[in-house]
Write a protein that binds this ligand. Structure first.
Ligand SMILES: [Mn+2]
Length: 330
């Protein structure tokens, strides 16, 4: 066990009441990993409160213990340690975190290597495809046994962040972890059914509207879709209904890069993803703060859908010319 994990174990074993939380806009990895840790703590008879001010997204409410996640901290409860899962970026902490009554150490357990925090905390940051995998590793290092509930939650975390083991960062160890979780009680069918086979009708209709706007630039190997502000309004959907929709364009044959442009009050929100190593952080440099080489999101103020699309295509074309020039010089 490395010193940081030994320190984590001390905090977990010797705190009277732990606070567990994850990032803003909670996802399957953050919620699943938080729940997984909570079930193991329950087994060890450790008191812990799970907190997510935005609640648990509907598609994750099947997870055992989801009903125990509170949106408001229990009045009068103080915490002698807090474990923050799936982020170590101060800007992504849950709303109200600064006022949470935490008297003791703060621990960040995260797999985002580019996240930064100025807090005085224990950082357990490892490159892993999901916080769920990292948590399974930590529990195994500490020799804390998994129960079936924890396994179901951690498996769902792993499937969520790897998009079903599809990304390059998936390793043999990832699959061994998944195997161990299934052996401990996780169900691939249960997870798949809840993550992928419960699409609300309004979201399917949204996909239909977006597909009408699908355009491709074959030489650039670039595809994009547009979502005017009125679309979500008319379908009665929140902004996060667009999450992941860009992947439909990204999956097209002959396409390496895809973008979804949506109108917001602050400007045009751009979600862009690359199938290959598109080096997005290189050609979108200034906009790449919150993302990876494979996927980025940012907002372009003072743009329309048309001008934002033209701007991205120009930048992508310029990047591809530079890449060709560099290849010819070699
Ligand atoms: Mn994650």
């Amino acid at each position: 066990m490395t010193p940081d994990v030994a320190q984590l174990e001390q905090h977990l074993l010797h705190s009277a009441h732990l606070l567990l939380c994850t990032h803003r806009a909670p996802d399957g990895d953050g919620i699943g990993t938080m729940l997984g840790l909570w079930h193991v703590l329950q087994q060890q008879q450790r008191a812990a409160t799970m907190w997510s001010p935005e609640g648990v997204p509907a598609h994750l409410r099947f997870l055992p213990g989801a009903e125990r996640v509170c949106t408001q901290l229990p009045a009068g409860q103080r915490f002698d340690a807090a474990i923050v899962i799936d982020t170590s970026d101060d800007a992504l902490l849950p709303e109200g975190f600064a006022d949470a009554p935490i008297d003791g150490p703060l621990v960040f357990i995260d797999h985002h290597m580019h996240h930064r925090s100025s807090r005085d905390a224990l950082f357990i940051r490892r490159p892993a495809p999901a916080a769920g995998e990292l948590m399974a590793d930590l529990l195994s290092d500490m020799q804390w046994p998994l129960n079936a509930e924890a396994a179901r939650c951690l498996y769902t975390a792993l499937v969520s962040d790897t998009a079903s083991f599809r990304y390059a960062i998936t390793t043999p160890h990832t699959h061994r972890t998944a195997a161990a979780l299934i052996a401990a009680g996780a169900s691939p069918t249960e997870t798949a059914r809840h993550l992928y086979e419960r699409i609300p009708l309004a979201r399917a209709r949204l996909l239909g509207v977006l597909l009408h706007t699908l355009s491709v630039d074959e030489p650039l190997r670039f595809a994009w879709m547009h979502c005017p502000a009125a679309t979500l309004r008319e379908l009665g959907l929140p902004n996060n209904a667009l999450d992941g929709m860009v992947n439909v364009a990204r999956a097209l044959r002959g396409i390496d890069t895809a973008a979804l442009f949506s109108e917001t009050p602050d400007g045009i929100h751009v979600e862009i993803r690359s199938k290959t190593d598109g080096n997005l952080t290189q050609w979108l440099g200034d906009y790449a703060a919150k993302g990876t080489r494979f996927g980025l999101q940012f907002t372009l103020p003072h743009h329309t859908l048309t001008s934002a699309t033209a701007w991205i295509r120009e930048r992508l074309a310029a990047h591809q010319r530079t890449a060709v020039d560099a290849a010819e010089k070699r």
